[in-house]
Design a protein around this ligand. Structure first.
Ligand SMILES: [Zn+2]
Length: 634
């Protein structure tokens, strides 16, 4: 029976399109899954989307869509991105899948039967945006969410509770016994300290909205839906058939749950407690990575500096991006994305050291040896170099198992340095002049073997590059060559080298347009104005009577807004991404009515509708109750 590995990404919440953070988690997970497959493990790699909850319900409503339509759309974007990125997932789960629903209901039912769920009443400050309750003491200024800063609402409702408090000691024991159960160490200590402060029972259902999984029929209570976090966490077992068809359940427990540090608490406290209640084994590793900044600044939609992974790979190539992310940041720490850092990595690590080595091998073998690769004399002349390399390669795998991908790659690159230096030191051109043909052939084979071994081990990170190198050096990159060249420390069979084009052409300049720096916003904040300056703008209530799309514009809508004048005003507004034209008709908005008319794309715009923008996008400002058109906003 072969070893099994089960690797998961979090399921991504469908309130946002994929950004660099999603790509980072997924690419680490993908590399890990490829690594275990290379080692011959029977591997199952899960990713997917998390689709329930009030936030999705509201976001869908704002766009005039049903929650399911909205979730379908965003979920498809994630799946398309991973497919385009060649992510080797075995299952893409959606929490709206029927099997998942059955699995989640089964989990609830089992925890209920085991006496861990009871009915009570919940009162708390709820942040819709974070789908989280907060206590009085956690709030900022008595009403704002400590995580996202948005206003919370006081919610009092009937709820089912999970006896989390009963698991405090068991969790602490687990953290103590299972050394690497939460990674990295610093994060584990944070979790332990949090649990030591005491755990309160967890409200795990909601009765105030519908977009979620209903309670199991056996409970006969149709008022409630599952709390989105319970629903989401169960995906890791429902994907293996928990509660339905359990033929894949032998993959449980997970080898690695990869998560961002913001959701570590849910994974390292709630999830193991749920699993204990279900009498299931606990995951082996829950590993939390850091966040990404861009050019040293926090990314946000309002700054317009969010790194779009598609844009990066279109400009710089997928494999370069994968290498950069895994090489640049020690796992668990925050990383910074800049084009300069990426270009440096590509030009130096990949171009100068890796690509150049292959070019030199191709060049030497063509010039001195008819492209022949013959390893038979390598050990006779260069055993020392080979054994130094083997000593490094022997230890390198443990770094990957500890998710120290930067260390893993760094060590592999040491072997490339040995190969590059051996050419300089042994001077095949001199040996050729001296007629030492066997030695020249051995130098070619030494360097080719070192490159082949390194390529096999970096193939989980850069699968296509590794395949190209294998093709050029005339070997098949698979579990067999892994065993031959890495495990058994053997050498390449006799073969012919095939010249290929340079793998990493030098990048001379930045290939993506840089976002505007956020200076503008800061300056506006500093400059205070008098009230009369503000009241120079006339803001009135208007009703949108008609909304139309504009040909060739992805952003603008043409609105006709009745503000009590003879005829409705034509106003252009950049809200197309956020609203359906149909959903806008009849909506009341706030209009700045004393602006000079301007022309955009050849169309006149007479006024401006007020909107609010944050990371979830743009929303129109609308009066709480219907007001008569033309009413003044003060
Ligand atoms: Zn919040």
């Amino acid at each position: 029976m072969s070893n099994k590995a089960y690797i998961t990404t979090p399921i991504y919440y469908v309130n946002d399109i994929p950004h660099i953070g999603h790509a980072y988690t997924t690419i680490i997970a993908d590399s890990l899954a490829r690594f275990y497959r290379l080692k011959g493990y029977d591997t199952f790699f899960l990713t997917g989307t998390d689709e329930h909850g009030q936030k999705i319900e509201q976001a869908a409503l704002a766009k005039g869509k049903s929650a399911k339509e909205y979730a379908d759309e965003i979920s498809a974007k994630f799946k398309a991105l991973w497919d385009d990125f060649d992510i080797s997932y075995d299952c893409f789960i959606r929490t709206t899948d029927e099997n998942h629903k059955l699995g989640a209901q089964k989990a609830f039912e089992t925890m209920f039967k085991n006496g861990d769920i009871y009915k009570g009443e919940y009162e708390g400050h709820y942040c819709v945006s974070c789908e989280t309750f907060f206590t009085d003491s956690q709030l900022i200024n008595d009403e704002y969410c400590p995580d996202c800063g948005k206003i919370t609402t006081l919610v009092k409702e009937e709820s089912y509770f999970f006896r989390l408090s009963a698991y405090q000691d068991k969790l602490l024991k687990w953290y103590q016994d299972a050394d690497d159960c939460v990674m990295p160490r610093a994060k584990k200590n944070e979790v332990i300290n949090f649990v030591k402060q005491g755990l309160r029972d967890l409200s795990i259902t909601r009765a105030s909205f519908d977009w979620g999984i209903k309670l199991p029929p056996s409970l006969n209570d149709s008022k409630h839906v599952l709390y989105v976090w319970l629903d989401a966490l169960v995906n890791y077992i429902s994907a293996l058939g928990y509660g339905t068809d359990e033929k894949n359940f032998s993959y449980w427990p997970a080898s690695f749950h990869l998560v961002g540090k913001d959701i570590l608490r849910f994974h390292s406290i709630y999830w193991p407690a749920f699993l204990m209640s279900l009498n299931l084994p606990l995951p082996k590793h829950i590993a939390a990575h850091g966040w990404w900044t861009r050019n040293g600044e926090k990314m946000s939609k309002s700054k317009g500096n969010v790194v779009n992974p598609r844009e990066v790979t279109e400009a710089y190539g997928l494999e370069n991006f994968r290498y950069f992310m895994l090489r640049e940041v020690p796992f668990g720490q925050d990383g910074d994305f800049s084009q300069k850092a990426l270009i440096d990595r590509v030009n130096s690590d990949l171009g100068n050291e890796l690509g150049n080595l292959l070019n030199r091998i191709i060049g030497m073998s063509g010039k001195y040896n008819n492209y022949e690769l013959d390893s038979s004399s390598v050990l006779k002349f260069y055993e020392k170099d080979i054994s130094t390399a083997h000593a490094i390669l022997k230890n390198v795998e443990s770094y990957m198992c500890e998710l120290q991908t930067n260390k893993y790659l760094e060590e592999l690159w040491k072997v490339l340095t040995i190969a590059n230096q051996s050419i300089t030191i042994y001077e095949p051109w001199t040996k050729m002049k001296e007629g030492k043909i066997e030695e020249v052939s051995a130098i070619i084979a030494l360097t080719a073997n070192l490159l082949a071994k390194v390529s096999i081990l970096f193939s989980p990170v850069m699968p296509k590059t590794a395949q190209n190198i294998a093709k050029s050096l005339g070997f098949e990159l698979n579990a067999k060559s892994y065993e031959q060249l890495i495990i058994n420390e053997g050498l390449l069979d006799k073969t012919i080298i095939t010249p290929i084009a340079p793998l990493f052409p030098r990048i001379e300049k930045e290939l993506m347009s840089t976002p505007e720096p956020a200076v503008q916003i800061k300056e506006i904040k500093k400059e205070l104005i008098n009230a009369d300056k503000f009241f120079a703008s006339k803001i009135q209530i208007g009703t949108i009577v008609k909304a139309e799309t504009i040909e060739k514009s992805d952003k603008l809508l043409k609105l006709f807004v009745d503000i009590g004048e003879e005829k409705p005003r034509q106003i252009l507004s950049g809200i197309k991404v956020y609203y359906d034209t149909k959903s806008l008709e009849g909506m009341q908005v706030c209009v700045v009515t004393n602006l000079k008319p301007i022309k955009i794309m050849g169309l006149e715009s007479c006024g401006m509708v007020l909107t609010a923008e944050d990371k979830d996008g743009i929303t129109l400002i609308t009066p709480q109750n219907v007001k008569s058109v033309g009413a003044t906003v003060k």
